[in-house]
Ligand binder design. Structure first.
Ligand SMILES: [Fe+2]
Length: 212
């Protein structure tokens, strides 16, 4: 009889990824609005990444944009919190990265976010996105051991990814002659209270229906 060995995951960080089915229509809508906004506001927001135009403008087609974001967020929630009612407060911003620009390693945990993600309006050939744990980042795991290597994703147009906001990630140099256009998002989860308790009416206020 073989011994049963417990194998306990200390941490299980997962990336959620999907290509949005209807991405061509959505991306046409988004690009039209991005070009218009960039024309009106060529400076954009101050960005820490040279060669990156950034804006938090609100899309007229926001309802369409929220479909892939909602889909990937629901998959994440169903995985970790099945059947738990909750709301999510989502903020998003647009990045246009020119040829030669990159995004250095960072995480989104300081943004008071729980889940972060990215939707690729133009992603193909514009540079890998890499994800790293602290141990991978600082090469603390010997190459022959499990989890020594970072995970990288070569994006395509219409890809959507989401991950916990604490997860470190960077984006390689855009070596194509195409702009990398992404919409990044942060989400703060708020669990809805589940209660089987009904509060007593406030007797300090006169309510005649209570006297009958
Ligand atoms: Fe990021």
């Amino acid at each position: 009889m073989s011994e049963v060995i417990s194998k306990i995951p200390v941490q299980d960080t997962r990336l959620f990824y999907k290509r949005w089915n209807n991405y061509e229509n959505l991306n046409n809508l988004l690009i039209t609005e991005i070009e218009k906004e960039r024309g009106n506001n060529p400076g954009g927001m101050i960005s820490t990444n040279p060669g990156c135009w950034r804006s938090m403008f609100k899309y007229k087609c926001e309802k369409e944009l929220m479909k892939p974001i909602g889909m990937i967020m629901s998959a994440y929630m169903d995985h970790y919190f099945p059947k738990k009612p909750m709301d999510a407060n989502i903020t998003y911003w647009t990045n246009v990265n020119e040829t030669g620009s990159n995004n250095i390693f960072h995480s989104h945990y300081r943004a008071d976010a729980d889940i972060s993600g990215v939707y690729y309006v133009q992603g193909a050939n514009t540079g890998l996105i890499r994800f790293a744990t602290h141990e991978q980042m600082y090469r603390m795991i010997p190459n022959h051991m499990p989890h020594a290597n970072m995970i990288a994703h070569q994006p395509s147009d219409g890809d959507i990814l989401c991950f916990p906001s604490y997860l470190l990630h960077d984006v390689d140099i855009n070596r194509s002659n195409r702009q990398r256009i992404t919409i990044a998002f942060n989400a703060k989860i708020k669990f809805k209270e589940e209660s089987n308790v009904i509060n007593m009416p406030d007797r300090s206020k006169k309510d005649e229906s209570l006297e009958k």
